[in-house]
Write a protein that binds this ligand. Structure first.
Ligand code: PEP
Length: 249
């Protein structure tokens, strides 16, 4: 059985005060939610406040990015060991905003994923097609390329420790959720790639989250798909009541 992961990506929202206020409400709302793993990814400066506020709960804290080196003259970057030091357990890799605004390539995705695994952070690696790619029928090719060029370079041992998030770019922050069928088809394709490269057991154990305008009112139908092993939520994870109702779908 694949335990679902309900993850929130706060992007560049909230200060330390807002972070603490969120957890004050959120903690009790998910205190009994042991059907899933909960991960919240605040911006870097708020990680200590989030870790502190999540102490003694089942909520995991993740970062939204990392650099692949451990330390060095790389101004503005943050490394895996630094994230572990503040109490992170997870890290998002290759969110489409990172791919789009910061030019992260599949090569970079592989380096960052390996760097995360080296310090025992669980990487949540994002893949997904853009609108024009879907409209031109290129979704399958894009997902296969992202998988093969990035994650295909992992060892089986490394692959067994990652989580993938399928996030169609056209559904992120747009209010246009992929239908459960569209999401499940994409997940099946990704799982098929995993099977071809890493074998049936690895593919069966792989957790694939869906992300893209997940809200309290559509999470149930998405989670009803056996292929969908959880969600990665942006906007609707900023409010404790909204995210708790997603977690407790
Ligand atoms: C995201 O940022 O990963 C995301 C899915 O955003 P939203 O839920 O707002 O579409």
């Amino acid at each position: 059985m694949r335990k679902p992961i309900m993850a929130g990506n706060w992007k560049m929202y909230k200060t330390a005060v807002g972070t603490t206020a969120f957890f004050e409400k959120f903690r009790s709302l998910v205190a009994a939610s042991d059907h899933c793993e909960i991960v919240i990814c605040p911006p870097f400066p708020n990680l200590p406040s989030a870790v502190e506020a999540a102490k003694g709960t089942r909520i995991h804290i993740g970062a939204q990015n990392l650099y692949w080196g451990k330390e060095g003259a790389v101004t503005g970057e943050v490394s895996g060991p630094m994230l572990v030091c503040v109490g992170c357990t997870h890290v998002l890799i290759a969110h489409s905003e990172r791919r789009f605004y910061f030019g992260e390539t599949d090569d970079v995705v592989l380096k960052k994923t390996i760097a995360a695994l080296e310090v025992s952070l669980t990487p949540i690696v994002c893949v997904g097609e853009r609108l024009e790619e879907r409209e031109s029928g290129a979704t399958g090719r894009v997902l296969v390329e992202q998988f093969q060029n990035g994650l295909g370079g992992l060892t089986p041992e490394q692959f067994s420790k990652i989580v993938i998030a399928y996030e169609p770019v056209w559904a992120i922050g747009t209010g246009k959720t992929a239908t459960p069928q569209i999401a499940a088809d994409a997940h099946r394709l990704i799982r098929g790639e995993a099977r071809a490269r890493f074998g049936a057991d690895a593919a069966a154990a792989l957790r694939i989250l869906y992300g893209g305008s997940v809200k309290p009112d559509n999470v149930k139908s998405l989670m009803a798909q056996p292929e969908i092993d959880g969600v990665l939520v942006g906007g609707a994870s900023l409010d404790p009541i909204s995210f708790a109702s997603i977690v407790n779908f």
